[in-house]
Design a protein around this ligand. Structure first.
Ligand SMILES: *[C@@H]1O[C@H](CO)[C@@H](O)[C@H](O)[C@H]1NC(C)=O
Ligand SMILES: *[C@@H]1O[C@H](CO)[C@@H](O)[C@H](O)[C@H]1NC(C)=O
Ligand SMILES: *[C@@H]1O[C@H](CO)[C@@H](O)[C@H](O)[C@H]1NC(C)=O
Ligand SMILES: *[C@@H]1O[C@H](CO)[C@@H](O)[C@H](O)[C@H]1NC(C)=O
Length: 582
């Protein structure tokens, strides 16, 4: 039992390889002398896309008509008129803010008698729970002043119009400039399903002939840690269950933009919601940017996670690289972004952070320069050099992470950290659990920033993707992860990707956690990540190595505080497993 330097464990795995059941056993010697510490950031996770309709708790889709073309049917996505009213998205002559040029115009025909208004059907439905208080707001103005006054109803309803909860709001025809209405409403009924909507309703007769413009709606259930503009309690709690030690943001490819103009920019994602223009994200849908830089950072604080933040590095996913002599403003924007996070309050971005209620700097030790720059290796050579030299000079204490293939192209200065991504088959992961054993120890460290077994078809991994992780794919990942632990002297962090995917409306599969408007679904890979994360240990104990070509993979760590030795075993093709410690 590890009393005198060495111990023996034996593992027995019953595998099903090919035609016949096979039995394998391994005798493993473990050293009680640690070879290297396990970094506190190892084997947690995360990366994500915009959060809209998922982690971000906002219930209304297309809440501010951001980035839509007025007059088109897609500009009314998720909205519908009620009663005999008509609604249209217009380009406002007097916009609610410089960032939100569009408004929803409600026209009530003369002669209207029945109740009129409009509704929003949320992100494939709205979860309504009796007893829950919902917090909402919107802006309105009358293009033409009138003496019209009414008490309108805001409500949560089933799609057939049954009320689940409501509140009244006062609307006055004298308001020709934008007026914000804040309201709360308590649900009094729990409906049978998620087919519900938010509605704004007025009595028809008095409203007959009126035209009213609306902008910047919002409706939130209670959020995780009651943060304003915060996260969905159920999804955030499931992520918290993983014991995550870092959070990588803002994406993924979603950082990059398809064009330079549509890149993610930190300064358009902070402050009041009406100051956030939103952007066309890289995957073809509009990002509200409601989940912005400040929200990412407070989320990191809430879960005590290390932020791994990316800065845009002169490449847009559509293929444009900014020329070397034009990089200046983008480097400055990256400096400003980092100063928003950690800068002194005598810098403008630091003062902005303080004005949002966080005068102390956030924690920030890791910054990625770009994302997947193996997509543009020829320009990354000068982009990396210019960005890292300027940023390292301004922030010498920060670790800057490169995102090309390791040593290809050769970068100057030599990166101290790389972010490595791999999507492959379960077999690939098991067979490559020794990948980092073969990487030279030259001072460079590695972040396995995106990995997942996504397909069983090795000749077309991306074209034949799994819908959800399977026992087989998760066991392949687990085999690979034992290699990450064994090589934690050079692998400082690792995250499965993508983290979250809607089960109703998805583009990329598989995801670690699935969700719809009312439910959260943990995958088999979720349980693998959780197992590794919660049993991370702090020292790696060398043991007899697993066979590079075998189906049984293991790693041994010690959790000194708990005086525990933890042995993780992945039988890649798994039926059952037991092991005995002598
Ligand atoms: C508001 O809710 C109450 C029940 O709480 C219901 O009686 C009333 O009809 C609702 N009003 C509207 C306009 O939906
Ligand atoms: C509505 O709530 C927001 C956010 O809490 C606040 O900034 C704003 O002043 C409120 N507006 C009104 C009219 O109360
Ligand atoms: C954000 O910053 C960029 C330059 O760093 C600037 O061009 C742009 O106007 C800013 N946008 C907002 C909304 O402040
Ligand atoms: C694997 O992908 C290739 C290339 O798309 C395809 O021809 C083949 O049929 C696929 N195999 C299976 C088992 O789906």
């Amino acid at each position: 039992m590890l009393r005198i330097g060495w111990a023996v464990i034996s593992g027995v795995v019953l595998g099903m390889s090919g035609l016949a059941d096979a039995q394998a056993s391994a005798t493993v010697s473990v050293s009680a002398t640690a070879s290297h510490p396990i970094p506190t950031t190892l084997c947690a996770f995360l990366e994500l896309r915009s959060g809209d309709g998922g982690l971000y708790a906002e219930l209304l889709q297309n809440r501010a008509f951001q980035q839509v073309t007025p007059g088109t049917s897609s500009s009314l996505n998720a909205w519908q008129a009620l009663g005999g009213a008509t609604i249209n998205v217009i380009r406002e002559s007097v916009p609610v803010s410089g960032s939100l040029p569009n408004a929803l115009q409600l026209v009530v025909p003369t002669g209207t008698i029945e109740a009129v208004g409009f509704a929003n059907t949320g992100y494939s439905g709205i979860k309504v729970t009796s007893g829950t208080t919902y917090t909402g707001s919107f802006f309105y103005r009358f293009p033409t002043s009138s003496s019209f006054r009414t008490l309108a109803t805001v409500a949560l309803q089933t799609l057939s119009g049954n009320t689940l909860g409501n509140a009244t709001v006062s609307i006055s025809g004298t308001q020709t400039s934008w007026t914000q209405i804040n309201f709360t409403m308590r649900a009094v009924t729990t409906p049978a399903d998620l087919n519900n909507r938010f509605a704004f309703i007025m009595e028809g007769l008095p409203a007959s002939g009126q035209t009213i413009n609306f902008a910047m709606f919002s409706l939130f259930p209670p959020t995780f840690n009651t943060r304003p503009n915060g996260l969905r309690q159920d999804i955030a709690s499931v992520l918290q269950e993983l014991g995550p030690s870092f959070w990588r943001f803002p994406g993924g490819n979603n950082l990059e933009g398809q064009t330079v103009a549509t890149r993610w920019q930190w300064n358009t994602t902070i402050g009041p919601l009406q100051n956030r223009p939103g952007r066309l994200g890289d995957w073809g849908y509009i990002n509200t940017d409601g989940l912005g830089l400040f929200e990412y950072l407070t989320w990191c604080e809430d879960l005590n996670m290390e932020p791994i933040m990316a800065v845009w590095a002169g490449f847009a996913l559509g293929g444009t690289s900014v020329a070397e002599n034009s990089l200046g403003p983008y480097i400055q924007q990256a400096v400003d972004q980092i100063n928003f996070v950690i800068g002194d309050t005598n810098t403008a971005p630091g003062a902005l952070r303080a004005s949002l209620g966080h005068s102390a700097p956030f924690k920030l030790n890791f910054v990625e320069i770009g994302n997947e720059d193996f997509l543009a290796p020829n320009t990354y050579t000068y982009r990396w050099t210019n960005f890292v030299n300027a940023l390292k000079a301004a922030f010498p204490q920060i670790h800057f992470i490169a995102t090309t293939d390791i040593d290809s192209p050769v970068l100057t200065p030599k990166p101290t950290e790389y972010d490595v991504h791999v999507y492959q088959t379960p077999t690939w992961f098991a067979q490559n659990s020794f990948f980092y054993d073969d990487i030279q120890r030259d001072g460079t460290k590695y972040f396995e920033g995106e990995y997942a077994a996504i397909s069983l078809n090795s000749s077309d991994v991306f074209g034949h993707r799994l819908l959800f992780p399977t026992m087989q794919s998760s066991a392949g990942e687990a085999a690979f992860m034992t290699g990450l632990e064994r090589n934690a002297d050079i692998v400082f962090a690792a995250s499965y990707a993508p983290l979250l995917g809607s089960v109703v409306n998805h583009q990329w599969t598989p995801n670690l956690v699935g969700f719809d408007a009312g439910n959260v679904y943990r995958s088999t890979s979720f349980y693998v990540q959780k197992l590794f994360s919660l049993n991370r240990g702090d020292e790696y104990l060398p043991s007899t190595l697993p066979s590079r070509t075998g189906t049984l993979h293991w790693s041994v760590v010690r959790k000194t505080s708990a005086n525990q030795i933890i042995i993780k075993v992945s039988p890649f093709i798994l039926v059952s497993i037991s092991f005995i410690r002598l």
